[in-house]
Structures are given as structure tokens and as C-alpha cells.
Design a protein around this ligand. Sequence first.
Ligand code: AMP
Ligand code: GLY
Length: 459
Amino acid sequence: MKVFYRILKCYFCSSYKLLNFFFLNILILGGGAREHAFAWKIKRSKLLTKLFIAPGNAGTAELGENIHISVNDFAAIKNVCVTHTIDMIIVGPEDPLVNGIYDFFKNEKELNKIIVIGPSHQAAKLEGSKAYAKAFMQRHNIPTAAYKEFDITNYEEGIQYINNHPLPVVLKADGLAGGKGVLICDNHIEAISEFELMIQQYKFGAAGKKVVVEEFLKGIELSVFALTDGNNFVLLPEAKDYKRIGVGDTGLNTGGMGAISPVPFAHETFMQKVVDKIIKPTIDGIQKEDLEYKGFIFFGLIKVEDEPLVIEYNCRMGDPETEVVLLRLKNDLVQLFISCWRGELHKEKIEIDQRCAATIVAVSGGYPGEYEINQSIDFGYLENPESIKTIEAEGGIMVFHAGTKKQENKIVTNGGRVLAVSALSDTIAEAIELAKNILGQIYFDGMYYRDDIGYEFAD
Ligand code: AMP
Ligand code: GLY
């Protein structure tokens, strides 16, 4: 069937192209639980023909074909697209977007019909450069912390600025620094020393050549997600993630230890403020500045005395937020992507499951520091694929894989974050309980998870 439509597409006028959309080969880039969640959701789409994930993990291997290439190897991705006649690419992580994958496909004759869900290189600077994002917010009157940017040319001025800054003061490396580029300093000596390390000693390499020095905001954070076609947007369920390794939000920052959705304090009037003061001005700004943006925008927000402010933009979905957001999204995701590509998101209506979702991430011992891999994972009674299917169908539970791989017919650990056990139920407390019950079935040497995800809202 697909071939038939492809031939029509080759020989006739562009209107026949629409038919082709009903039979899509889709490639997901990335290998975390976010990408497993994408794969799970896309697999349920009526519009999918064949699913590929690069590089994927042991979980995605059950849903499509894993291809062992790097998300930043554009030449290898091109080969995969040609070989497997890929129609659509969903870009999970930020690096390929910031490195210009959208433009790479657009500018190659062989590839420019492929739908790439994600912003252009220029638009991805909203995540790739903190200074660019702050200036964008200033141009469009989007509420955010007061700031100034410094580099080697105004280094001395930066030291004076920090010395006179109220405490705590926030220092941000301008570029991508693997989640480590933000420092919250409680005294001026520490702040100046870090500032010096970034600008003079290249602590974060090129990413820290420019530093944003920012006012500290005290409040509660939440993650808000929109899918935009550059003119219109649809709002996805909001989420709250838990970044610290330790119970009670203590210890080192991680990629994310768990998430919940909905977020109880994000009530209707607050979310209306988010839309009016942040999302609409951002989309208007993208339009006014002619940025090509067909993809997700992740608004990292903080609520300060009932007012939302932007802490950061990301040009992709969050991880682990995706693992709860997609559990609650009822729409056919591929249909949303097609509307996004066509600039027709205003025709879409988002349907959200009113139940609550929680995800708890099981990590390797030692993470986010050093940890072992290749630990065999025991899934308890989930080992039986039939029982996991039944549980998933009955209870709205999904065990999303992150750092896992198959080795001699066993699933073993292959990263810091290993599994994101996600559940859907009537209350946050019940969803958390369900996820914990499933985690009780799972074991690998050194396994750790936070047992207080959603603690503020679980009563
Ligand atoms: P970012 O990489 O910009 O998201 O920053 C990482 C984390 O640092 C955020 O999730 C916040 O918890 C914290 N953070 C960043 N900027 C600020 C700020 N201006 N005030 C308070 N906390 C901040
Ligand atoms: N959970 C935060 C992020 O994906 O950046």
C-alpha cells in the first residue's frame, strides 16, 4: 500500500502527497525513557507504518527497529533515512537540534521532503544560548529574572556586578553544559571564583565563554509544554519534575528522578496567566523574528507569588516529564505532528486524560556521579511479557526504559537513569503507589529511586 502511494507521489501533483501521510515511516532520535515514551505513543498511531529508533534502548527494541548510530552523526542519519524511506523524524534530545539537524535536512535535496519535528538551528538557540534566550525574552516583554551577560571583553565589569549583587546570585554558562552550567552561589567570593573559572579557565569549554549573571527567584517550579507550528500552538499537560538525587529535594542535580502531572498549583487562572504572559508572547516573538519552529517548546517556569516567570526555554520535550505527559495525552501524536508540519495546529483540539500520572526513575547506584553498567535487571513477574501487557492495559502502567540494553537475551543496565516506571490513576497518591508497587518487582545491583516523588501533593 505504501509503495502504491509513493508512486503516485512521484508522478502526480502535490495534492497526492497528502495520501502519503497516512503511511509513515518514522524515526525517533534518542535513547532515553523520553524516546521510549514517544515510541510507545507513536506505535499506537493509525498513521504509522514502520518505526525506527536511533540509538534506542531495550524498551524501544520491542516497539520498532533500533539503529545503532549517534544522534549527532547527521551523515549516518541521512543514510538511515534514505535506506528506510523515512517520512518523519522526531528529535528527542537538544544536541542535534542545537547542532542544526533541521537545517541539514532542509538544505539537502534528497531529504527536504522529510518532516523534522524540532526547531531550526537559529530557533534552537532559545535553548542553546542562555544569553540569546534572555535577550529574546526582553525584546518580547516575557517575564524572567533580571540579568546581565559578560565575557572576556567586560570581565572586570562582571566582577563588580557580582560583588554588588544581592545573594544568592545565579551564574549560567551561555551554552549547553550537560545540565551542569547553572550555579547558585550563596556568597560573593564563591560567585567570583566560579565566574573566573568559567571565563578565564574555560571550566565549561566554549559553553562558558559567555556568562549570564541572574537574579535568584524564590518560588516553585513547573514544566509547561507546547507544540508549535511557528504561528499556532497547542498546549500539552503540564508537569513537575524532581531534579535532585535525594529525598526531600536534597543533594546533587540529576537529569530528573521523577515527575507528576497535573500540577495541583497550576490551576486554571494561573495557567491562563502562563498562556497570556509567556506562551503567546513567545510564539508571537518567534513569528515576528521569522524563526522557523515546528516542534516542542518546553517552558521551564517558576511561580513567584502567583506570577509565572521563565527560568529557561528548551527546544524539546522534558525527560522524565514526557513519561507522564504522553500518558495523559489522548490525541494521535502523529496526527498532531502532521498538523504541525502543515501549519495547521489551530485545527487540532487537545484531549487530556483527567486522571493523574506519576513516573519514578530507577537509577544506577552512584548516579549522578560514577556508576556501574551491565548489571542484570530482574523484572520479577514483569519478566513475563504477557503479565506486563496485562498490567499496562489494566492499570495504565508503563515501564519506560532509559539506560538499558539487551545482552545475551538478558536486559542489563546501560546508563545512569535506567527505568522510568510510570502510572496513571485517579489521584497523584494512587499513581505514585502504583508506580512503587511495580518498582517493588524490579531489582538490579545498586538500584536506587526516590520514594518521595510528588510528596507535596500526595496527601
Ligand atoms: P536551567 O538550566 O536554566 O534550567 O537551570 C537549572 C535549575 O537551576 C533550574 O531548574 C532551577 O532550579 C535553577 N535556577 C535557574 N535559574 C534560576 C533563578 N534565576 N532563580 C532560581 N533558581 C534558578
Ligand atoms: N526534566 C528537565 C529536562 O528535561 O531538561
